[in-house]
Design a protein around this ligand. Structure first.
Ligand SMILES: N[C@@H](CCC(=O)N[C@@H](CS)C(=O)NCC(=O)O)C(=O)O
Length: 245
C-alpha cells in the first residue's frame, strides 16, 4: 500500500521541495516509514486536483484522496496504527491543534514577511505571478516592502517564539520525549525559511536551532533530502502535473 502513495506538492524553480505545509506531510510520511511518489504541481493548477480546499499537500492512496496536512496526519494515524503515532491519541491531538493554530497565525505570517521577495526569486517562474498577486493581497503590501523591514521583524519574532525555547529546555521535542506532528508542523515552517532564503531567521546559538538541526537529522536525515538529487523516499519516480514547468 505504502508505495502507492502519491504526494502532490509545490517545488521551487530548481525542483527543491520548499513548501511548509507539504513538509508537514513529508515529515509525517517519513515518521510512519512510508514511501511515496512526489508529484510537483504549480500554484495555479492546484484546483485541478479535484479537492475542495484548493491547497497542497494532498495525497492519493488508491481511490482515496486526502487534502490538508492535518487531515493527512489523522488519516495516517488511522490507517497505520501500528507505526509510530503522529498525533499521540486524543489528548496529543488536542494539544497539537494549538501548535498548528499558533504556527499558522504567528509563525507562518512572520516568516512570509521575512522571506517574501527571496522565496519569490527561488520560485518556479510559472508560480510567480500567482504568488505575487495572492501574497501581496495577504500582506497588504508588496513583497519587497514586506521584506524591507526584516531586521526589525526578526528581532520581534525571536522574542515571540520564546515559549518554544522554554518548552525545549524542559523536553527534547515539542511533542514530549519523542517527535510528533507538533514538531513537524514547526520544523516544516523553519524548513521553509531555510530553503527560501539565506537570511538568518534563527540565530545559530538559539536552542531552537539545535532542535531544528536534530529535526532535520530524524529518519536518516530526511529533512536534508529536499531535492530529487538527494534521494530519499518520495523521489523514486517523481512526477509532474501536466501544466507545471
Ligand atoms: N490548512 C492547509 C493549508 C495548506 C496551504 O495553504 N498550502 C499552500 C501551499 S504551502 C497552498 O496550497 N496554497 C494555495 C494557494 O495559495 O492558492 C494544510 O494544512 O494543508
Amino acid at each position: 500500500m505504502s508505495s502507492d502513495i502519491i504526494l502532490y506538492e509545490l517545488a521551487a524553480a530548481d525542483d527543491t521541495r520548499f513548501s511548509p505545509f507539504c513538509w508537514r506531510t513529508r515529515f509525517g510520511l517519513a515518521h510512519k516509514g512510508l514511501s511515496f511518489q512526489s508529484v510537483h504541481i504549480g500554484f495555479p493548477d492546484i484546483g485541478e486536483l479535484g479537492g475542495t480546499n484548493r491547497t497542497v499537500p494532498a495525497i492519493r492512496i488508491g481511490d482515496t484522496f486526502v487534502e490538508d496536512s492535518w487531515n493527512i496526519a489523522e488519516f495516517l494515524d488511522e490507517q497505520f496504527p501500528d507505526r509510530p503515532t503522529l498525533l499521540g491519541g486524543p489528548v496529543g491531538q488536542g494539544l497539537t491543534r494549538f501548535v498548528e493554530c499558533f504556527t499558522d497565525k504567528v509563525i507562518h505570517p512572520t516568516i512570509l514577511r521575512l522571506v517574501s521577495r527571496d522565496v519569490f526569486d527561488r520560485m518556479d517562474p510559472y508560480d510567480r505571478p500567482y504568488f505575487r498577486r495572492t501574497r501581496e493581497e495577504m500582506l497588504g503590501m508588496t513583497l519587497e516592502e514586506a521584506q524591507s523591514t526584516r531586521e526589525q521583524t526578526v528581532q520581534a519574532f525571536r522574542k515571540a517564539i520564546h515559549p518554544i525555547r522554554l518548552t525545549l529546555y524542559k523536553q527534547p521535542w515539542l511533542a514530549g520525549q519523542a517527535p510528533g506532528h507538533a514538531d513537524y508542523i514547526v520544523l516544516a515552517a523553519f524548513q521553509w525559511g531555510r530553503l527560501a532564503t539565506d537570511f538568518e531567521i534563527l540565530a545559530a546559538d538559539d536552542p531552537i536551532s539545535g532542535w531544528f538541526q536534530r529535526g532535520l537529522d530524524l529518519h536518516e536525515g530526511y529533512g536534508r533530502k529536499t531535492h530529487p538529487r538527494d534521494g530519499g523516499p518520495g523521489f523514486d519516480g517523481i512526477g509532474r502535473w501536466k501544466n507545471a514547468g
